[in-house]
Design a protein around this ligand. Structure first.
Ligand code: PGA
Length: 238
């Protein structure tokens, strides 16, 4: 696990956008999993400004997770966040990206669809994730298996409560559909991005506690090329 700290969250966003752009320039047909959440938004906006649409012609982008039952057009969905901040501004062809259909009647089939896509593409080149205050990665909650590929998860109480911040009105959240930690472990590069003092404690635990499914973010300690990119505030205890 390689840790890098940046002075401000703006510096972090600059660096993350540069990293993704460089990766795409090096491998134009790269397969990427992109996270939702507040943390990556600045980086996505910068990437949309820096990249040229043609640089995304062969890229395949997969959304990390979705709230089950919350449609992709909703402001709190992964699809919405990535589309609005990156894919729409860059006019990426919709054939180049996909997200879990969180309102599908057969969610298992949805998981298999994304698993198959990742397999057909020869695995993930890059996955970027945020971190929940309970150490969740995507919607892999405490107690989840590191051997899971895409799956439906039961949301932790903390995730249900904090998840309301993405919605303008109260929204019922109970399950998630998510790329699993096995995909993360198999990805060529996995990046955890965190900003702000509220993340300092969980980041400290992520690097110092034993690797355990009780704290999914510790999976980064086991990754062959795991990157922990933080601003000073999130990294202040390490
Ligand atoms: P955040 O979410 O970027 O909105 O803090 C992170 C997460 O829960 O994975």
């Amino acid at each position: 696990m390689k840790i890098r700290k940046f002075e401000t969250d703006d510096d972090l966003a600059e660096a993350v956008s540069d990293y993704i752009l460089k990766l795409i320039k090096k491998k134009p047909d790269a397969t990427l999993v992109l996270t939702s959440g507040d943390t990556p938004i600045k980086a996505y906006r910068l990437l949309a400004q820096k990249a040229k649409p043609e640089e995304f012609e062969k890229v395949c982008i997969i959304g990390l997770d979705e709230w089950v039952g919350v449609p992709g057009e909703s402001e709190g969905s992964c699809r919405y966040i990535v589309e609005q901040n990156l894919l729409f501004p860059l006019q990426v062809n919709s054939a180049n990206y996909t997200f879990f259909d969180s309102v599908a009647s057969d969610l298992e089939a949805e998981c298999m669809r994304i698993d198959q896509l990742i397999l057909q593409r020869g695995g993930l080149d890059f996955i970027i994730v945020g971190i929940g205050l309970n150490g969740h990665i995507g919607l892999n909650e405490p107690g989840c298996s590191f051997d899971n590929y895409c799956h439906v998860s039961e949301l932790a109480e903390m995730t249900i409560t904090i998840g309301q911040k993405y919605f303008q009105s109260e929204t019922v959240l109970s399950k998630g559909i998510t790329v699993g930690l096995k995909h993360l472990l198999e990805a060529k590069t996995a990046m955890l991005m965190a900003a702000g003092t509220q993340k300092a404690e969980i980041i400290e635990k992520t690097v110092s506690e034993p690797v355990s499914t009780a704290l999914p973010s510790t999976v980064f300690q086991s990754h062959k090329n795991g990157l922990l990119w933080l601003d000073e505030a999130a990294g202040k205890n390490i």
